[in-house]
Design a protein around this ligand. Structure first.
Ligand code: ADP
Ligand code: MG
Length: 728
C-alpha cells in the first residue's frame, strides 16, 4: 500500500535549488523597471499636464477628467511599449489580499478592432461588486460598486498586464476596501499634524505618515504542503505533534540561509525591486523555515500597496522554487508565529522626523509633543487598535511564543521613560528658559540622538517605540496593514486636533505659547500612564494590572471586534472623516462574517482529517498489534504471553481511547457548528464558533497528536512537523 507522505518526502528530497537568472548590472539598472515612475512619465506626457497632475496629487486634489485623458494615453503607450496587452484596476477588498479584473487594450468601433484605453478606463471601472463582502452596505444603499484610480500610487506591470492601483467604493460613496479610508486617514493626520507643527516651524507645508513593514513568512516544500489538506485549505496545520527539535536551540535566527531558500529570496528580491519595492533586508526568523523580508519605509499608502504586491509576488515566485509561502500568522503550534511589524512615523516636507529627538530644544519639544500625543491616542483607542489587528488567524498568534499579548500597551524604553518622568516633575520655570534673544531652552529636553541599544528591546510589546518610530507589532503577517494604519492615523489625528484646541484656547486667553505647550504636555504625561508598560506582557500580574488600568483585556476576537462600533470609535472616525458609522458597522459585519467562515472551514477540515487520515492509520496499526498478540499466544505459554504482550496491550488500549475520544469530539464539534450556524446574526455566530467550536478543535487535536506519537511512523500519512519545518 502506498503512503502519500512517503511519496511527498521522496519528491521533496529531489527538489534542488532552482537556478535564478539575474541581470549582470547594479540594482539601480532594474529598480522600478516595471513601474511608470514620475521620471518615465516625462517621456510620455507633456510637461504642463504633468505639472498639473503632480500638483493635484501632492495636494490631495481630484484629478480633472481632461488631465486623466491625456495621462491615460501616455500610460497606454508606455505599457504597450513594454509588452502589455491587458489592464486591470487593482484594489483591496475587505476579504484581504487584492482583486483584479483584466480587460484587453482594445475595443470594437464599427466592426473594426481599435486599440483603446481612455481616461474613463483609467479613472473608473465597475467590477462585479456583488462578489465582494460589504457587510450589508450594498443592500442598504446601492447594488453597484466601482473602482477609481488612485493617482498617488504609480501604475505598474505584472507580466502582460498593466495594474492601476484603485480605491473600491459603493456608488453612494461608502468605502468597500482598505485603501479608501487609509487615504482619508493620512489626509486627516497630515492636516492635524501640520497644524501642530505650526507651533514650532511655520515652514512645514506637508506631513507624511510613513510605513516600513517587516513581512514574516514560512516556506514549506510544495509536495509536503499538498499532502497536508489542512495547509492547503486553511493555511495552517490543524494538528501535528511538536518536533523533538524545533526552535529551542535558537540556531535558525540569523543563521545561514539554506541554498534553496536563498535562490527563492534572490528571485523574490529581483521581482520586488523591478516592481519598485525598495526591499533591503532578508533573514531567517526564529522558527525553523521562517523568514523575513523588509523594505525601506515609504509613504504609508504606497508602502501598503507594495506590501500587498510583495505578498502576491512571493506566492508566484515560491511556486517556481517548489515551495509554498505560508502567510498565516500561526501555521504551526508551539513555535513562533508570523507577524508584520508596522514601523510607523510622521515626517515633514522640511525633512524632519516628528518622532525623532531633535538637535535643539525646540525640536525636542516638538518631538515630545508628538510622542505624547501618540501615547494619548493609543491609550484612548487601545481597544479599537486591537480590533484593527485581530482575525481568526492572528488569534492563534497573539499571546504565544514571543508574539505580543492581546492587550495593547506601549513600550518606551528606559531613556524616553526617564525623559517623560523628568518632564512630569519639572516646573515650567526650570524647564523653559527664554533668553534675551527670545530663544527657548529646555532644561530637561536634552535627549541623546540614538536612544535604544539592542538590549533595550521587548519583543513581546505590541506597540514599541524604537528610537525614531513606533513599531506596531501586533499586526498579523497575512493582514492588509491598511486596517491597522488607518486606525492609528485617525486616532492620532483626532488626538492632535484635541491638543491644538486646548493649546489655542489658552493662547487666545493671552498665555505664552511655550508655557501652554509645556503645561498641556505635562498634563498628558500624567494622563497617559495607563498605556505605558515596559515589563513582561505575558505575566499574570500584567493581566490584572492592565484590567485595573482600564485597558481592553478581552481575548475573544468576535468581542474585540465590537470596538469598531463603540461610541468613542464612531465619534473619532466621523470627526476625522475617515469612516462613517455605516461604514464601521459594515466593517465589523465583514469581520464577524469572515471569522465564522474561516472557523467553519477549519472545523470541517479537522473532521475530515481525523476521520479519513488519522483514525484509519491508527486502526491499521492497532490491527497489526492485535495480530501480533494472537501470534504470540500461539507460540508461547500463557504465562509468557502476558508479559510479552503487555506493551501491545497498552498501546492497543491507548489507541482505542484516543480514537473513541476523537469520534466523540467530532460529533460534538459538528453539533456545535450546526448550533452556531443557526444563530441569527453574524456576531452571535462568531461568538458561538469562538466559545463552542474552537475549544473542541483543540481537544480533538490533542488526541490526534497523541496518536501521532504512538502509531508506526510508516503508517502515518500526514507529513510531520519535523518534515514540514526542516526540509528545504
Ligand atoms: P528591526 O527588525 O530591527 O525592527 P528592520 O531593519 O528589520 O528592523 O526593519 C525596520 C523597518 O523600519 C524598515 O522597514 C525600515 O525602513 C523601517 N523604518 C526605519 N526608520 C523608520 C521611520 N522613521 N519610520 C518608519 N519606518 C522606519
Ligand atoms: Mg522590527
Amino acid at each position: 500500500m502506498s503512503n502519500i507522505r512517503f511519496e511527498a518526502l521522496k519528491t521533496a528530497f529531489e527538489h534542488k535549488p532552482t537556478a535564478v537568472e539575474m541581470p549582470e548590472g547594479k540594482v539601480k539598472d532594474y529598480f522600478a523597471q516595471d513601474v511608470f515612475t514620475r521620471e518615465k512619465m516625462k517621456e510620455y506626457i507633456a510637461q504642463e499636464v504633468l505639472d498639473q497632475l503632480f500638483d493635484d496629487v501632492d495636494n490631495g486634489r481630484t484629478i480633472h477628467r481632461d488631465i486623466a485623458n491625456v495621462v491615460a494615453i501616455g500610460i497606454r503607450k508606455w505599457a504597450m511599449d513594454h509588452g502589455a496587452t491587458h489592464f486591470t484596476h487593482w484594489f483591496q477588498p475587505l476579504t484581504g489580499g487584492t482583486a483584479e479584473k483584466h480587460d484587453a487594450f482594445f475595443t470594437l468601433k464599427n466592426g473594426a478592432l481599435m486599440e483603446e484605453f481612455s481616461g474613463d478606463s483609467l479613472y473608473q471601472q465597475e467590477p462585479d461588486a456583488s462578489s465582494f463582502p460589504s457587510g450589508g452596505i450594498r443592500n442598504t444603499f446601492e447594488a453597484r460598486g466601482y473602482s477609481a484610480w488612485d493617482p498617488s500610487s504609480p501604475v505598474f506591470l505584472i507580466g502582460d498586464t498593466l495594474c492601476i492601483p484603485t480605491v473600491f467604493v459603493a456608488y453612494t460613496g461608502e468605502a468597500l476596501d482598505y485603501k479608501t479610508p487609509l487615504i482619508r486617514s493620512t489626509a486627516a493626520l497630515c492636516h492635524a499634524a501640520r497644524e501642530v507643527c505650526a507651533y514650532f516651524d511655520k515652514q512645514v507645508k506637508h506631513v507624511h505618515a510613513n510605513l516600513g513593514w517587516e513581512q514574516e513568512y514560512f516556506l514549506v516544500d510544495e509536495s509536503l504542503y499538498t499532502a497536508r489538506p489542512d495547509l492547503l485549505l486553511t493555511g495552517r496545520t490543524l494538528m501535528g505533534h511538536n518536533s523533538a527539535k524545533s526552535q529551542q536551540l535558537e540556531d535558525h535566527y540569523f543563521g545561514a540561509i539554506p541554498a534553496r531558500v536563498l535562490a527563492f529570496m534572490r528571485e523574490l528580491e529581483y521581482e520586488a525591486l523591478k516592481a519598485g519595492i525598495p526591499v533591503k533586508t532578508r533573514h531567517n526568523e526564529v522558527a525553523p523555515n521562517q523568514f523575513e523580508m523588509a523594505p525601506i519605509f515609504e509613504d504609508v499608502n504606497l508602502a501598503n500597496d507594495h506590501n500587498l504586491l510583495v505578498m502576491s509576488i512571493m506566492e508566484r515566485v515560491a511556486e517556481k522554487h517548489h515551495f509554498r509561502v505560508l502567510l498565516h500568522e500561526k501555521p504551526y503550534a508551539g513555535v513562533n508565529g508570523s507577524g508584520k511589524h508596522c514601523n510607523w512615523s510622521m515626517s515633514t516636507n522640511t525633512g524632519v522626523n516628528l518622532l525623532a529627538p531633535g538637535k535643539n530644544p525646540y525640536q525636542n519639544l516638538q518631538f515630545i509633543t508628538f510622542l505624547v500625543n501618540v501615547l494619548m491616542a493609543v491609550q484612548r483607542h487601545n481597544g479599537l487598535l486591537k480590533a484593527s489587528i485581530v482575525s481568526a488567524t492572528n488569534e492563534h498568534r497573539l499571546g504565544a511564543n514571543e508574539a505580543p499579548p492581546a492587550i495593547i500597551s506601549v513600550f518606551l524604553g528606559k531613556q524616553i521613560s526617564a525623559v517623560l518622568d523628568k518632564l512630569e516633575q519639572a516646573k515650567a520655570e526650570e524647564a523653559i528658559i527664554i533668553n534675551a534673544k527670545k530663544e527657548m531652552k529646555l532644561g530637561v529636553a536634552n535627549i541623546p540622538e540614538i536612544l535604544l541599544d539592542n538590549t533595550d528591546r521587548n519583543r513581546t510589546s505590541p506597540f514599541a517605540f524604537t528610537g525614531n518610530r513606533f513599531e506596531f507589532r501586533a499586526v498579523g503577517s497575512s493582514a492588509n496593514c491598511g486596517a491597522a494604519m488607518l486606525a492609528l492615523n485617525a486616532a492620532v489625528a483626532e488626538q492632535l486636533m484635541l491638543f491644538k484646541n486646548e493649546v489655542d484656547a489658552r493662547i487666545e486667553k493671552g498665555e505664552a505659547k511655550e508655557r501652554v505647550l509645556f503645561d498641556v504636555i505635562k498634563k498628558y504625561i500624567m494622563a497617559c500612564k495607563a498605556i505605558r508598560f515596559d515589563g513582561n506582557g505575558y505575566s499574570d500580574e500584567w493581566k490584572d494590572e492592565a484590567a485595573k488600568r482600564g485597558l481592553d483585556c478581552e481575548t475573544s476576537v468576535p468581542k474585540i471586534i465590537d470596538n469598531y462600533v463603540l461610541p468613542s470609535s464612531i465619534q473619532m472616525f466621523e470627526k476625522t472623516g475617515v469612516l462613517s458609522a455605516a461604514e464601521l458597522h459594515s466593517r465589523s459585519e465583514v469581520k464577524w462574517e469572515t471569522y465564522v467562515k474561516k472557523l467553519q472551514i477549519e472545523s470541517r477540515v479537522m473532521g475530515d482529517l481525523v476521520v479519513n487520515h488519522v483514525l484509519p492509520a491508527a486502526k491499521r496499526y492497532q490491527t497489526m498489534l492485535l495480530q501480533n498478540v494472537l501470534a504470540v499466544k500461539q507460540v508461547f505459554s500463557a504465562d509468557e504471553t502476558a508479559s510479552l504482550n503487555a506493551m501491545d496491550y497498552s498501546i492497543i488500549k491507548q489507541i482505542e481511547e484516543h480514537s473513541g475520544a476523537i469520534l466523540e469530539g467530532v460529533e460534538h464539534m459538528t453539533d456545535a457548528r450546526h448550533k452556531a450556524n443557526r444563530q441569527v446574526d453574524e456576531r452571535s455566530k462568531a461568538i458561538a464558533y469562538h466559545d463552542n467550536v474552537l475549544p473542541l478543535m483543540a481537544e480533538i487535536r490533542a488526541h490526534a497528536d497523541a496518536l501521532e506519537l504512538i502509531v508506526d511512523d510508516e503508517m502515518w500519512t500526514l507529513p510531520k512537523y519535523r518534515e514540514l519545518m526542516f526540509i528545504h
